[in-house]
Write a protein that binds this ligand. Structure first.
Ligand code: ZN
Ligand code: ZN
Length: 245
């Protein structure tokens, strides 16, 4: 089985590891072999993920033997026995999510829904920078970005905040730039505040899901989620960075 690792196949991404972890947790620690229908189904699911376009052309890429081997690795991390070949990704994914099977299931379902719906545009996924990838993986990080970049929603959010008399960044309190009328609102962006695992299939983004942030704080909150390996809300970012609020 180890031979599947040696064919120059790319390292497992966070998304892929979450899908494998989901299968591991669902079978109660008994690791199925390459002939198991669940392993074959996961192999097909992994090969359909739009993250390794070139590698997918190879038969050995995430084939059932490779998937079964990955499940063994996860078992090694989970049980602490026979730790040989496990990757840092296996370790960190287990540390973050191994104790939360329902969360893993929700994330795996959300990743699968994205891929199945054809919505997970490959370019969006590859556009996610390393330091922006959330712990939930690139597919869901790309979904976050798509949900908050609906231009109409940003406009509606600005109109609402202006009507409420709080047209300011919800983290640092920065207001519109007053020096040039056409530039006044250019620094504002909409940020989706719902943790990724709570995304439901086909759910529509509502205004109350969005926070109005300046571009700097939006960058900072995504970075904070990446660095902290947990969801960070606007008020938490303010506190974390000592912003005036
Ligand atoms: Zn700000
Ligand atoms: Zn955001």
């Amino acid at each position: 089985m180890a031979a599947t690792q040696g064919h120059g196949n790319p390292n497992w991404t966070r998304d892929e590891t979450i899908l494998a972890l989901n299968l591991y947790l669902s079978v109660g620690g008994q690791v199925p072999g390459p002939d198991d229908p669940k392993v074959i189904a996961l192999s097909e699911r992994l090969r359909a993920l739009p993250v390794h376009r070139e590698a997918v052309k190879r038969d050995t890429f995430r084939n059932p033997a490779g998937v079964a081997f990955k499940l063994q690795n996860i078992r090694q991390v989970a049980t602490g026995s026979g730790l040989g070949n496990v990757s840092a990704m296996d370790r960190s994914t287990w540390e973050e999510f191994g104790g939360s099977p329902l969360l893993v299931q929700r994330m795996a379902n959300a990743i699968a829904d994205q891929v199945a719906s054809g919505e997970a545009v490959e370019a969006e996924i590859t556009a996610v920078a390393d330091d922006e990838e959330f712990a939930e993986g690139r597919v869901l990080t790309a979904l976050h970005r798509r949900r908050e970049r609906v231009p109409k929603l940003r406009g509606l959010l600005i109109t609402k905040r202006r009507a409420e008399g709080r047209l300011t960044c919800e983290c640092c309190g920065a207001g519109p730039w007053s020096g040039h009328p056409e530039m006044a609102l250019a620094g504002f962006e909409a940020h989706h505040v719902t943790p990724l695992a709570e995304y439901k299939p086909g759910a529509v983004t509502r205004l109350r899901d969005l926070a109005l942030l300046c571009a700097t704080c939006h960058r900072l909150i995504h970075r904070a989620i990446n660095v902290e390996r947990r969801w960070v809300f606007p008020a938490q970012l303010s506190e974390m960075l000592g912003m005036p609020s």
